[in-house]
Design a protein around this ligand. Sequence first.
Ligand SMILES: [Zn+2]
Length: 399
Amino acid sequence: MLAGLAEIADTGRDSRRGGYSRHLWQGADLELRTWFALRAERLGLNVETDRNGNLWAWWGEPGPDAVVTGSHLDSVPGGGAYDGPLGVVSALEAVARLRASGFTPSRPCAVLVCAEEEGSRFGIACLGSRLLTGGIDADRARALIDADGITLAQAARRAGLDPAHLGADRDALARIGLFIELHVEQGRGLVDLGRPVAVASSILAHGRWRLTVTGQGNHAGATPMEDRRDPLVAAARAIVAVQDAAENHPGARATVGRLEVVPGGTNVIASSVHAWLDARAPTDAETRDLVAAIEAAVGEAALVNGCSVAVTEESWTGTVTFDPELVGRFRSVLGGDALVPALPTGAGHDAGVLAASVPSAMLFVRNPTGVSHSPEEFAEVGDCVAGIDALETLLRSVL
Ligand SMILES: [Zn+2]
């Protein structure tokens, strides 16, 4: 494993799920933030936390027109070691190499760690970059609650931030002239092409919806089968309907990976079930079509059990097409199109959110299995080093 990743290999291990659970401003995430600050300060960078909890480590005076590179340190529940941290470690390493070589940048440079990229604590992916860019309303964000009923406002206060200052940060954003995020590939594009590094071309439209299935809570022993309105059975039908709908939409992906059964007792017929839908498709229109089809299908599926379904959109990100001129330029700086493919991805990223406001690009590092958001996620050391080489080359070309 890459040295920087090895330093944090014991932080946030999840003994129950396997892999890592590193959630915003909780134990492991706080430890990683401290680790990052120390690591960056040792490099001679000046570390600051912006008003949305994103960490910036500056080489030289902060902005304007800075080249910013980084990723995130939080994880999904039971996630892998590479999604996020590889980009942060690579950014620190690339900057360290530039400094050690005596390189003098002609514009400011920073390493950025975005907060709550996975949305594992407050449910909104890329929350730190959405807040920074004004991509989410600050009042709505402040009211988000975690699994323990703690609001983002309360959690921010505990983390030492003023919740009144959460939200669009024009000054911080204006400092970014270019953002580059290196990330482990979440797919097998590079494996199929036999290359270690790619430049990202686009990100599928994607979003999250909450399906609330409502039935009738009752006694598991005293309620005859024909008298039941069981929302968990309805949810099971609804989940199959989600899969069928996605299979009927070419290129679409739809997943229910999280359920909350209320009240959740072995001898209790549930009264309601919350199911979270993650849906993605190549274009905004196709994604909207998919979700409309899912909405109709889950409603019908639930009716079979006398239940109803309410669908609430929790987040939405349209298709991101990275600036073709920038993609082309970076591919040529890295050795040309034959060596460095341009690949689309189905995974969302802070670079995708930032791309709406500032020029942004991504590098992908080969993932031999394509598996991600799982303890199985992996990248060979040699490929990680190739990623750092590529990032260093790009930084030299733009700084
Ligand atoms: Zn990630």
